[in-house]
Design a protein around this ligand. Structure first.
Ligand SMILES: Cc1cc2nc3c(=O)[nH]c(=O)nc-3n(C[C@H](O)[C@H](O)[C@H](O)COP(=O)(O)OP(=O)(O)OC[C@H]3O[C@@H](n4cnc5c(N)ncnc54)[C@H](O)[C@@H]3O)c2cc1C
Length: 396
């Protein structure tokens, strides 16, 4: 067996989790707290995190609800000690008008609206916790080859031939989930024909602990605050435009980016390498079968414009862990169905809301623009409604 540690490994587990990303690893730590024996299969090598190294190009806006889950498993302080930046304000504005919405943590009596955290920070903190847990065995780097379900449980075969068994297998293996495919679970995919271009940039002016987002016809451009005063950008663009911006030399890219951001933080003084990720909305149906459950991106993906993808996945992990905490047999459909009932509605509503925003801001017809800008300003001046919306986004 190739395992990240030398713990004695039982061949039978309560739960096997395929995918030790942010969502799968959180579920493993939550389940270990209730005494479950867990195996995590993770294809990627362990990536140690260096707080003095360059920023990960992949960051996530971590909500208060996710923060609470990370606190529960004692990951939060570890994450903060590695590298994180709070954001106290979120400002969203329309590139084609005067519409603007500003959310301020002070209006809610909160210290911040959330934190911008590199994915590698979260993953390395969770990897350290999993390695320190006697109830968790991590098979890494390993891949699931196949699995079979029968009345007594699930038999899993890894790529190097080792066999494991469990009451339940969880697919936490991302948007192209192998567990979902092997289980024959259907997924409806809405390809936005857009990609998210990401990079780390230094700007002339400090980010002021604000998550900035400018909505252009082609998609939103976000500047997210990082711990050293620089920003992580997520620039949603049609796929062909992404190729163009990826091909620009650094000088031309900095100029184009500053213009697209309306010089809100002055000049772009430095830019890292760039990468781009395809953006899709998707929903698996169902999330659960007898002895099989999907969580996180394996079950659903959404547009990143409100930074909710991983937060929804963490909510999935919390809900599934709650349902499994007192079950005699973790794999029974009657144990798994309440998880799907509790989570599908929230995931679908959030996905539809993101699609609504995307389409609304994609319109350039004059009447739509006028109503949109009027609506944004009206919303901005209605604190009760505004506070309700931001509290929902924070998961409060
Ligand atoms: C540009 C961009 C910006 C985003 N910004 C935000 C944000 O600000 N806030 C937010 O909440 N979300 C954001 N998201 C979404 C977020 O990144 C995802 O929702 C999140 O990464 C999903 O986590 P996951 O653990 O479910 O899946 P993944 O992160 O995809 O992890 C899956 C894990 O499974 C492993 N794996 C895959 N296949 C196998 C296999 N066969 N065997 C074993 N292991 C396997 C992988 O190595 C990986 O570790 C963003 C997404 C994009 C594209």
């Amino acid at each position: 067996m190739s395992s990240s540690n030398s713990k004695q490994t039982p061949t039978h587990y309560d739960v096997i989790i395929n995918g030790g990303g942010m969502v799968g690893a959180t579920l493993a730590c939550l389940l270990a707290q209730s005494g479950r024996k867990i195996a995590v299969i993770e294809a990627a090598e362990i990536m140690p995190f260096d707080s003095d190294g360059p920023f990960d190009l992949r960051v996530s806006a971590i909500s208060r609800a996710s923060q609470k889950a990370f606190e529960k498993i004692k990951a939060w302080d570890l994450m903060l000690s590695k590298r994180a930046s709070p954001y106290e304000v979120m400002e969203v504005w329309d590139a084609e008008g005067d519409g603007k919405v500003r959310f301020d943590a002070a209006d809610l009596g909160e210290p911040d609206l959330g934190h911008i955290i590199e994915n590698s920070v979260t993953q390395s903190a969770l990897a350290e916790l999993m390695a320190s847990e006697d109830n968790i065995v991590v098979y890494q780097p390993n891949k699931l080859k196949k699995f079979e379900v029968d009345d007594n449980g699930v038999e899993v075969i890894l790529d190097h031939g080792e066999q494991l068994s469990a009451d339940l297998i969880v697919g936490a293996d991302g948007a192209n989930s192998v567990v979902r495919q092997l289980a024959g679970i259907e997924v409806t995919v809405d390809d936005y024909a857009q990609r998210g271009l990401v990079a780390t940039v230094k700007t002339e002016h400090h980010h002021q602990y604000t998550a900035w987002q400018r909505f252009q016809k082609t998609g939103p451009l976000a500047f997210l605050p990082l711990a050293d005063g620089s920003c992580s950008i997520v620039w949603t663009l049609p796929s062909d435009r992404t190729d163009y911006y990826l091909s620009l030399n650094k000088t031309d890219f900095k100029q184009a980016l500053a213009e697209a951001f309306d010089h809100k933080l002055g000049k772009i003084t430095k830019v890292s390498d760039r990468a781009a990720f395809p953006l899709r909305g998707s929903q698996a149906t169902p999330y659960v079968l007898e002895r099989i459950a999907l969580i996180g991106d394996a079950a659903h993906t959404i547009h990143p414009l409100a930074g909710q993808g991983v937060n929804l996945g963490i909510k999935d992990a919390v809900e599934l862990a709650n349902q499994l905490s007192s079950a005699n047999d973790c794999g029974r459909l009657k144990t798994l169905r309440p998880y799907e009932r509790a989570r599908r509605g929230d995931n679908v509503i959030t996905m539809r809301a993101m699609e609504g925003f995307r389409l609304l801001f994609g319109h350039s017809a004059s009447p739509v623009k006028t109503v949109r800008n009027f609506g944004m300003n009206l919303f901005n001046q209605t604190p009760m409604v505004k506070n309700k919306v931001i509290k929902r986004a924070m998961g409060l």
